[in-house]
Design a protein around this ligand. Structure first.
Ligand SMILES: *[C@@H]1O[C@H](CO)[C@@H](O)[C@H](O)[C@H]1NC(C)=O
Ligand SMILES: *[C@@H]1O[C@H](CO)[C@@H](O)[C@H](O)[C@H]1NC(C)=O
Ligand SMILES: *[C@@H]1O[C@H](CO)[C@@H](O)[C@H](O)[C@H]1NC(C)=O
Ligand SMILES: *[C@@H]1O[C@H](CO)[C@@H](O)[C@H](O)[C@H]1NC(C)=O
Ligand SMILES: *[C@@H]1O[C@H](CO)[C@@H](O)[C@H](O)[C@H]1NC(C)=O
Ligand SMILES: *[C@@H]1O[C@H](CO)[C@@H](O)[C@H](O)[C@H]1NC(C)=O
Length: 601
């Protein structure tokens, strides 16, 4: 067993500095660390279906070092797809390295203003750290086929005598051509420079988060900030802000999905562990991390609520106990999930050729949230110029909303609970050359969060459960089933922190923490021939750690992280069990089986 002992200097964020250190109110918090060995960081995910193929083209699009970049606009480069290249799948590869003390930073990649990749950096130490993330970006094909657009990367970093880490980043775009089974390899749309193979997308429940069986959208409209000076994302500082954009939707659109991209920072980095304001007030705490532990991102169209997202609690590599995330980062840290809301049933209200306001807000939010969205649109290509697709919203359903909050505190001890239930159903038809199709989107969301403080506030337990079920059915005018999709997601989370009283001699405190976090997802899809597919994913992390802190400097610590990833799809199954102790991988087994019946994928 390696006897590596780590010494960590931990500098606690400014918001911690004024708070009573013996209270675990501020935990989980956000730290920085020193390390002594070169480390490759990784986020566990399954291989991309085309990972072992040779790309038909490789485009090294950006190579940049992000030094002192606070307040600077994103770095932008011109984008055009490679010449004379056939492709129907695309991956974005983000490689980064650093050698110097640095915080974990948030970063994003935008293509033509659309958010195609949201990531956080690993926490860098004096010795070099590096990592690679590869994301399937095939769903952005309509943008990737465009010329004369720009690709932008934002990564705000601060470099000075203390924080010396510069992040070196390479972004590469890999284009693949995959001959898919059962696919009509007929239409090859050729233009001067690009040969993008069209209509080769088979019914494949693996692709996209809800887009499931279809080919990528024909058009993507970014719902993002226009000038990009502060990044294309909207910075939301409070509950009262509604940020968004007015857009005109082409009159021949027959399907629309809004993809929401979100990350939370500052006072809301650990929103799911924030106590109510009354707890802070009554105990005269100086913390500003309050507003309770419920947050929800709302999507409004023309000021009507049409959907919402309770984001998965992505923990950045400096969060809770930075020793947890060495070298396995938390679920979603390197490849943030985005969330799809199918708005096809309300297209009938949006096909009038007028502009409609697409707005985002975050309920109960504290500074700050970074949100934006991509509107994916599928258009009827047989209906151009004068032709209009007709549609009508038949029913907005009767949205059901129930919210309960309760708290009972005596001094620093007590508990707080918040519970939310939301139910909605949208129902509408759209008549295009694909037929007169009626889409019904039903959704049920259950959210519950419980926070308990014990032992004069030095022990804190957070327990959260998010459960969501989405059902999308498409039927023809004669009532025939065209497709039926269900998706169930669960995100259970528990965090326990215990902070000792400062020792009399030197003020050292000991912090113990435990974390369990899980992404659990099941999808099912069937079509008119009752051909059906399903997939499931269970991705779970369990961490335990301890650090001793003196004058906000961590002297010593250790942590164990165990992760279990299990994916079952039509095209492949993949499972991985991995564990790290004190910054070293101690166990790593993987099992990957590709289904022979879906040869290429
Ligand atoms: C395009 O690629 C094909 C096949 O690799 C090659 O034969 C052809 O010469 C290329 N055309 C141009 C313009 O580069
Ligand atoms: C990025 O990292 C991958 C995996 O280590 C490597 O294969 C690839 O060559 C790297 N690309 C660049 C541009 O550094
Ligand atoms: C980026 O690419 C350059 C040139 O290939 C290479 O020297 C460097 O090591 C790469 N850096 C990272 C972080 O991948
Ligand atoms: C439905 O759309 C098709 C294709 O655009 C069109 O030919 C047909 O007339 C439309 N039906 C009605 C009732 O408008
Ligand atoms: C499309 O179907 C719906 C429901 O069956 C019907 O009410 C509507 O009139 C149809 N629209 C067209 C244009 O035919
Ligand atoms: C990990 O570090 C902790 C704290 O230094 C130590 O108590 C523990 O024995 C270490 N575990 C291993 C397996 O090295």
């Amino acid at each position: 067993m390696s006897n590596l002992i780590f010494f960590f200097l931990i500098i606690i964020l400014i918001s911690f500095i004024n708070a009573p250190i013996c209270s675990s109110l501020e935990n989980p918090s956000h730290f920085i660390k020193h390390g002594v060995i070169q480390q490759k960081y990784l986020e566990i995910s399954r291989p991309l279906p085309f990972a072992n193929l040779t790309p038909s083209c490789t485009l090294p699009i950006l190579s940049h070092h992000f030094g002192d970049t606070i307040g600077l606009p994103p770095v932008s480069v011109a984008y055009a797809p490679p010449d004379n290249c056939s492709w129907n799948h695309v991956a974005l590869q983000f490689n980064a390295s650093s050698n110097g003390i640095q915080y974990d930073r948030i970063a994003a990649v935008w293509l033509d203003g659309a958010d195609i990749f949201r990531t956080s950096t690993a926490e860098s130490t004096e010795s070099s750290v590096f990592w690679t993330v590869t994301k399937d970006v095939t769903r952005y094909s309509s943008l990737l086929a465009k010329e004369d657009i720009s690709l932008s990367v934002m990564l705000e970093n601060m470099v000075n005598d203390v924080y010396t880490g510069v992040y070196y980043v390479n972004v590469t775009i890999l284009y693949y051509y995959i001959e898919e089974m059962n696919a009509p390899l007929s239409t090859i749309s050729t233009n001067r420079k690009v040969r993008m193979v069209d209509d080769v997308f088979v019914d494949n429940p693996i692709r996209g988060s809800l887009g499931l069986n279809e080919k990528p959208a024909d058009l993507i409209i970014p719902i993002s900030g226009n000038n990009g000076g502060e990044g294309f994302w909207f910075r939301i500082q409070s509950d009262s802000e509604l940020k968004g954009k007015s857009v005109i939707i082409p009159k021949n659109t027959y399907k629309a999905v809004m993809e929401i991209c979100v990350s939370f920072h500052g006072l809301d980095e650990f929103w799911y562990s924030n106590p109510p304001d009354s707890y802070i007030r009554e105990n005269s705490l100086t913390s500003q991390r309050g507003h309770g532990s419920y947050r929800e991102v709302l999507l409004n169209i023309d000021r009507n609520l049409v959907g919402s997202v309770v984001p998965f609690p992505v923990i950045y590599p400096g969060g809770i106990n930075p020793l947890y995330w060495d070298p396995i980062v938390s679920i979603g840290a390197f490849d943030h999930p985005s969330y799809d809301i199918d708005i096809t049933p309300i297209l009938g209200d949006l096909l009038d050729g007028k502009s409609h306001f697409m707005g985002l807000k975050v309920l109960d939010s504290l500074p700050f949230w970074l949100v934006d969205a991509n509107l994916h649109l599928w258009v009827d290509k047989q209906c151009t110029s004068d032709c209009e697709v007709q549609g009508e919203v038949v029913d907005y359903g009767t949205p059901d909303y129930e919210m309960k909050r309760s708290s009972s505190f005596k001094g620093l001890d007590g508990s707080y609970e918040v519970e939310l239930k939301r139910k909605s159903q949208y129902h509408g038809w759209v008549n295009s050359s694909a037929g007169n199709l009626t889409t019904t989107v039903s959704r049920e969301l259950k959210f519950k969060n419980e926070i308990k403080f014990d032992n004069k506030g030095t022990e804190k337990k957070v327990k959260q459960k998010v459960e969501e079920e989405i059902e999308i059915s498409v039927v023809s005018e004669t009532g025939m089933k065209i497709s039926h999709t269900t998706m169930k997601r669960k995100y259970p989370l528990t965090i326990t922190t215990k902070t000792s009283k400062p020792s009399r001699e030197d003020g050292t405190i000991i912090m113990h923490s435990e974390l369990e976090n899980e992404w659990n997802e099941k999808k099912k899809w069937s079509n008119r021939d009752s051909h059906s597919c399903s997939s499931s994913l269970k991705n779970r992390q369990k961490c335990k750690g301890c650090m001793s802190v003196q004058d906000r400097i961590v002297l010593q610590g250790g942590a164990t992280t165990e992760q279990s990833y299990s994916y079952n799809g039509e095209a492949s199954t993949y499972s991985r069990e991995i564990a790290a102790v004190n910054g070293t991988l101690v166990h790593d087994t993987a099992n990957y089986v590709k289904s022979p019946s879906v040869s290429a994928l």
